[in-house]
Ligand binder design. Structure first.
Ligand SMILES: NC(=O)C1=CN([C@@H]2O[C@H](COP(=O)(O)OP(=O)(O)OC[C@H]3O[C@@H](n4cnc5c(N)ncnc54)[C@H](O)[C@@H]3O)[C@@H](O)[C@H]2O)[C@H](O)CC1
Ligand SMILES: [K+]
Length: 515
């Protein structure tokens, strides 16, 4: 049984779902004003940990503004110098009552941004999940002006101006340094385009009953955050006391070319870190010595080469065919000259991960619909450019990455991992995993090759277990990014080349015991 914190940390909701959950709580008898008091009380406690005692509070017309006014009142009583700014003349009733009381306490209230005295930081309660249209005119100008002050801004629930679901900027938006997401993680926190506006994100749990969350989310496929708890459920640990190398999975990597030898080494090092029982690596014949020297434990299969140094065709050892392997990972460094290999692995019946040139060849051949016919699981791991080449008829993933990856999985029947600051993974039934933490240190050549090897190695080990493929892919994505975070902490964001990244993978798993 997972504890409440772990369960809450996995949940992701849309604005609509949050409103429905909230409606159930109110219908069950919780007074709206009491909930606002509780939530804003928790925010005020958190704000008091921030340095500074002169605070400007931005008040919107809805309950986000109400939250801000309760925070203003609490800070006022705790001795802070508090100033209110609100350009709105019409406020929701509860918000209006809080404003009236704040004014009765002598808290100054201004209609123009310029009237706000110099403050240490700002609290943004202009709009929460009720923002439904573009911000225009005076309010847009005010937000732009406030952003130019370059003061710390603490946003309540979401930075005002951000679409709660897609993370799009609706006209303009507050650039928060810190955002307190209320109750449950909203989808915008997991959309790349919103991240620059959100700053440091923190969930304020205000005891939403899990029964209400379950009732609203129902049995439909969910969007979930990957957490250490979900990762622990899928890792092949502990191993059974009695086992042997083939029981712990046999992965075949097909990668590399004379031009891109390093891609093969990095993919293999990612696979090695997965702990896979047996690793075979098919490369062009001329790469064999390099691979042997880096991975003495692996079986290196030298294959005939094209004139350009790509694998011309697979030449597996005698009595071996593709069905012999628990999983196959194919693509890094292949070049487009290895096209026949992709045709061959797609028609095989092993679990298959396709990345890099594997995806480019797939796009070139236009074989996405044929993936639907595969009996075994397929995993595609595109970055945005590869994604657009593979799925040209899906709307630009930049507008809504989560929707795009969901559509791609339905179209292909594959598990699709869309790389990004918040990597998203979808299966063809509509379930989504999103990796909530990463580092820009990973935006570097070769880091994707490491991920491909890691996914392949975990898939091979899970081949006989009943773990959903998307859960395994999610675990690999989390593991990979945590290694990047760990490496960046020690070596800065500039010090995480792909080889170094592979050296941090094991540390992540040994640290998991402490989480
Ligand atoms: N989730 C919970 O259980 C709780 C949420 N709280 C807070 O309440 C807000 C949501 O409040 P709501 O009143 O529904 O919406 P907003 O405050 O975001 O504002 C809606 C308000 O703004 C008007 N509006 C919408 N778009 C625009 C626009 N572009 N320009 C001008 N005006 C606009 C709209 O008509 C409404 O009047 C949530 O985020 C939390 O902060 C509770 O306090 C605690 C429980
Ligand atoms: K806000």
């Amino acid at each position: 049984m997972q504890d409440r914190q772990e369960q809450v940390s996995q949940v992701v909701v849309t604005a609509r779902q949050m409103r429905d959950i909230e409606a159930r709580i109110f219908a069950a008898g919780m007074p709206v004003a009491a909930l606002m008091e509780k939530v804003a009380g928790l925010i005020a406690l958190r704000v008091r940990e921030v340095r500074g005692s002169r605070v400007g509070i931005l008040v919107g017309p809805g309950h986000n503004g109400g939250d801000a006014l309760v925070v203003a009142r609490e800070l006022h009583f705790r001795g802070y110098a508090v100033w209110l700014y609100s350009p709105f003349s019409k406020l929701k009733e509860l918000t209006s009552q809080h404003l009236q009381y704040a004014q009765s306490l002598g808290i100054p209230y201004y209609h123009e941004v310029e009237q706000l005295p110099d403050c240490d930081f700002l609290i943004d309660g202009l709009f929460g999940f009720g923002l439904e249209r573009l911000i225009t005119e005076g309010i847009a100008l005010a937000i732009n002006r406030l952003n130019q002050w370059h003061k710390p801004i603490l946003s309540i629930d979401v930075p005002s101006g951000i679409h709660t679901d897609t993370g799009e900027i609706l006209g303009t938006a507050i650039r928060a340094t810190h955002t307190f997401c209320l109750g449950l993680w909203k989808l915008a926190f997991l959309q790349d385009q919103a991240l620059e506006y959100i700053g440091k994100a923190e969930l304020i749990d205000f005891d939403i009953p899990l029964a209400d969350v379950e009732a609203v989310l129902g049995d439909a496929p969910r969007i979930k955050r990957i957490t250490p708890g979900t990762v622990k459920l899928t890792l092949p640990l502990p191993r059974p006391p009695v086992t042997h190398k083939y029981k712990e999975g046999h992965l075949l990597l097909i990668c590399g070319s004379r031009r891109y030898a390093g891609g093969a080494v990095l993919t293999a090092l990612g696979a090695r870190a997965s702990g896979v029982g047996m690793l075979s690596i098919a490369v062009p014949e001329s790469l064999k010595p390099i691979l042997v020297s880096h991975l003495p434990e692996a079986l290196i299969i030298g294959c005939p080469e094209t004139e350009t140094g790509a694998i011309a065709h697979l030449q597996l050892p005698e009595n071996t065919d593709l069905s012999f392997f628990s999983a196959i990972a194919c693509g890094p460094g292949l070049t487009l000259d290895a096209t026949p290999i992709i045709q061959e692995v797609i028609s095989g019946e092993s679990s298959l991960v396709l990345d890099a040139d594997g995806l480019n060849i797939l796009a070139y051949m236009g074989t996405i619909p044929t993936l639907q016919k595969r009996q075994a699981p397929t995993v595609l791991t595109p970055h945005t450019g590869e994604f657009q080449r593979l799925f040209p008829d899906i709307a630009d993933p930049k507008h809504d990455r989560v929707k795009a990856v969901q559509e791609a999985a339905v179209q292909s029947g594959a598990v699709v991992l869309l790389k990004g600051a918040r990597t998203a993974i979808a299966n063809s039934q509509g379930a989504i995993w999103i990796n909530p933490e990463s580092t820009p240190a990973l935006a570097r050549g070769g880091s994707g090759d490491v991920l491909t090897g890691l996914i392949g190695g975990l898939l091979a080990q899970a081949a006989t277990k009943k773990i959903p493929v998307e859960d395994i892919v999610a675990t690999a994505a989390w593991w990979h990014s945590q290694a990047g975070i760990l490496a960046a902490q020690e070596r800065t964001e500039l010090g995480v080349d792909a080889f170094t990244l592979t050296q941090y993978l094991m540390q992540v798993i040994s640290n998991l015991g402490n989480i």
